[in-house]
Design a protein around this ligand. Structure first.
Ligand code: BTN
Length: 236
């Protein structure tokens, strides 16, 4: 499985029916640059800010990828690049338009279709980017309160998860090697121009999101908010 990754850094792909978390595996085990772990189901999936990440087995594309050669202060940009990669792939493979909610939720019709978590290994030697895309969920398989959708719900058809995974990895391979995608990120980012409430461990910021800096920080009425500090961002 996962053909057509020749010429990319992603040449070490492992696929499992069930793991605790693809993210935990790569963060703790490490491995070569371009190692990818894909799973059909996770028993201890992790979301951002310490939240759990539940899945409907077989309906989601879930994988983590290990990237070396990223300076620790560039790690947060990798997660933004991941958002652009998924948005492009959702459009090319899923056939529906996709936007971004800062920092890196991918949305269709302003509903979340993909969540992402980027982590620097404790050694600082590599970054692990974990991606979970709602692909084949039918009506009733995503709780209403999540405000989420799937590619199938939005377009009427669920693409093959292998095809989507390859398209994301190919886009990611290109994006992490270049610098000139920030304008595309900003164009796709639906948070810019919105009234937002940003909740951090020790502070809350409310106001208009006016932009995203090149280092990935969200500008809210002059305040620079860093993704790693954020617990929730709500469109007010
Ligand atoms: C979020 O929106 O909170 C981020 C969700 C990230 C989920 C993916 S699924 C694959 C990888 N393994 C995990 O345990 N989490 C990420």
């Amino acid at each position: 499985m996962l053909k057509n990754l020749d010429g990319t850094r992603f040449r070490h792909v492992e696929v499992f029916p069930s793991v605790d978390s693809t993210q935990t595996m790569l963060v703790t085990e490490g491995g070569p640059d371009g190692r990818v772990i894909v799973a059909d189901h996770q028993t201890a999936g992790r979301g951002r800010a310490g939240r759990e990440w539940l899945d409907v087995p077989g309906a989601m594309l879930m994988f983590s990828s290990l990237l070396r050669g990223i300076a620790p202060d560039r790690a947060s940009r990798v997660a933004l690049a991941g958002g652009v990669a998924v948005a492009r792939a959702v459009e090319s493979v899923g056939g529906v338009g996709a936007g971004l909610k800062w920092p890196n939720d991918v949305r269709i019709d302003r509903k979340k279709v993909c969540g992402m978590i980027g982590e620097l290994a404790p050694s600082g030697d590599y970054v692990v980017l974990g991606i979970g895309v709602n692909v084949g969920h039918a009506h009733g398989e995503l709780p209403d309160e999540l405000g989420a959708t799937s590619i199938r719900l939005a377009s009427g058809t669920a693409p093959r998860r292998d095809d989507l995974c390859v398209a994301i990895l190919r886009e990611l391979d290109e994006l992490v090697a270049t610098e000139d995608w920030m304008d595309e990120y900003r164009r796709r980012c639906e948070t810019i121009g919105s009234e937002v409430r940003v909740e951090m461990a020790d502070a809350k910021v409310e106001g208009t999101a006016t932009g995203v800096r090149d280092d990935g920080a969200l500008l809210v009425d002059g305040w620079a908010v860093v993704a790693g500090d954020v617990i929730h961002v709500r469109d007010a």
